[in-house]
Design a protein around this ligand. Structure first.
Ligand code: 0O2
Length: 266
């Protein structure tokens, strides 16, 4: 097939990948802004390379006119989560969305592949708008944990290096690593609530600190400079105590002081 024709086929998939990355990243942003834990840690996407499509056509004996119907992963989105539980939450979110519909699910988490590969795959239909009108495309969404992703990336490069002839001792090592990843994800699940608490307190603390610094900066415009320097020193003292209750108390007092100045300047 001519390069120009490949471009015509692949361009809409580029658009689908770009749109979906924006949408899933926006979901992360919305969670953050509402102070909610987001089951999505990171989003990535790609359009399958022509050589990889050709390899699949050859391997699966796909007629050239059936590429778009039979190759379901021309557009690929990868969603990375922190915990295994988050994967199922993400699947639920995708199932409830109105801008895509699920065609197929493959749960390689409960049914680990022989290679040791684990991930949840969804094939969805997603519609894009082009000059020629709407076009419904298939997109593969892979959902996996950070640990599963680490394993899959390494194994994928080794598969590429060795093609079909991966040495037995490397296969064994990869299998051992896959078991270790399984154990790691299980261990992480056991401390999930602790980790989420820690991440939550970190977020609360940085929001309070940002608010305090903003208030101090505004005070410089309206209050006596020596007074503000004293407040600033008090903030550093409390900050170093690493006590969130004290920081919250200081935050409230500073709000009252700032409010007083605002009222005076009306
Ligand atoms: P790339 O480079 O990621 O695009 P097939 O693609 O024929 O092997 P099928 O039934 O079409 O199989 O889909 P399947 O098994 O769900 O796999 C699709 C994609 O999942 C693969 O795309 C990989 O990205 C990933 N995957 C599946 N099995 C493995 C595995 O054992 N190891 C790793 N690292 N990834 C895997 P492609 O086409 O291989 O390539």
């Amino acid at each position: 097939m001519e390069i120009q024709l490949w471009k015509e086929i692949l361009d809409p998939y580029e658009l689908a990948v770009a749109e979906l990355k924006v949408k899933f990243n926006h979901l992360i942003k919305e969670h953050k802004e509402k102070g909610l834990y987001c089951p999505i840690e990171q989003v990535d996407g790609r359009v399958k390379s022509i050589s990889s499509i050709l390899e699949k056509i050859h391997r699966k004996n796909i007629p050239i006119e059936a590429i778009e119907e039979q190759i379901e992963d021309i557009a690929g989105i990868r969603i990375i989560c922190q915990f295994v539980e988050d994967i199922y939450k993400v699947v639920e979110i995708i199932e409830e969305r109105r801008d895509m519909s699920v065609k197929l699910r493959k749960d390689y988490i409960t049914n680990m592949k022989e290679s040791g590969y684990r991930s949840y795959h969804l094939i969805v239909y997603y519609e894009i708008q082009t000059l020629n009108g709407p076009q419904k495309l298939q997109v593969e969404i892979q959902v996996r944990t950070l640990a599963m992703n680490f394993w899959a990336i390494i194994e994928h490069s080794l598969q590429y290096k060795y093609r079909k002839n991966m040495p037995e001792h490397i296969k064994e090592r990869l299998n051992g690593a896959a078991q270790a990843i399984l154990k790691l994800d299980e261990e992480m699940t056991l401390v999930r609530s602790e980790i989420m608490d820690a991440q939550n307190s970190f977020r609360i603390k940085s929001d309070i600190v940002a608010d305090i610094l903003n208030n101090i900066q505004n005070l410089y415009k309206v209050a006596n400079k020596r007074e503000v320097v004293k407040i600033q020193d008090e903030f550093y003292r409390i900050y170093e105590m690493d006590d969130i209750d004290q920081l919250e108390r200081f935050h409230k007092q500073l709000d009252i002081i700032a409010e007083g100045y605002r009222a005076q300047n009306l």
